[in-house]
Design a protein around this ligand. Sequence first.
Ligand SMILES: [Zn+2]
Ligand SMILES: [Zn+2]
Length: 262
Amino acid sequence: MSGALVDTHCHLQLEDYRDDLHEVLKRAREANVVRMIAVGFNLRTSRLAVELASRFEQIYATVGVHPHDAKEFNERTIDELRKLARREKVVAIGEIGLDYYRNLSPKGKQRYAFERQLELAGELGLPVVIHDRDAHEDVAITLERYINVFKVNISGVMHCFSGDWELAKRCLDVGFYISIAGPVTYPNSADLRQVASKVPIDRLLVETDSPWLAPQHRRGRRNEPAYVKFVARKVAELRRMPFGKLADITTQNAVKLFGIQI
Ligand SMILES: [Zn+2]
Ligand SMILES: [Zn+2]
């Protein structure tokens, strides 16, 4: 299985893939992308992710409510998520977090949904998939408080990492993984390239965030899991490391964090 990759974050459950999912999965297989994690971002897309995972051996699922959808989050949402999280092949709570770039939900609601879902992950013993856009300080402080002060036993990943090395260090200090996505191939990503080359190799993951964030040469078009190879290739180049080795180690990391089977 040398050189096999895991796309640790995609949204294959979306309508974007309705017409050609089988071809998308075939291209993933041809690119040696052996596992994919379909990430939910509200109750609807979490249910769809769980359903997709039950149909395809190579797909796993996460369930959670994204900061954009936090405005609809309430006690019943937590009960629903708790039920969904017990379904087979659900490997994490996510994506959850804070997004102050688009602010589609009020900040207070975002924080409430984020914190309740961190507690749920602690209760269920599942890792979390964190979405952080322009909310670096609040995300870092929240994780530090839950892990170091409240002693909630959670691990997780900063998905599509977009901060600088200072933020990466704080996330690594609380035991988190850093996941690199397509923007590492964009010309104006000096901070991200620095992070991608400095993160300890045993804490590094790769992802596509499909259908969004296609790599540079396909920018603006629909992304798909096969293209995680372009992310991995760029990261390997930055670290001056053979591609196969980077693939193998990031795949082992995904197995370890999410408990997926290959
Ligand atoms: Zn996200
Ligand atoms: Zn996502």
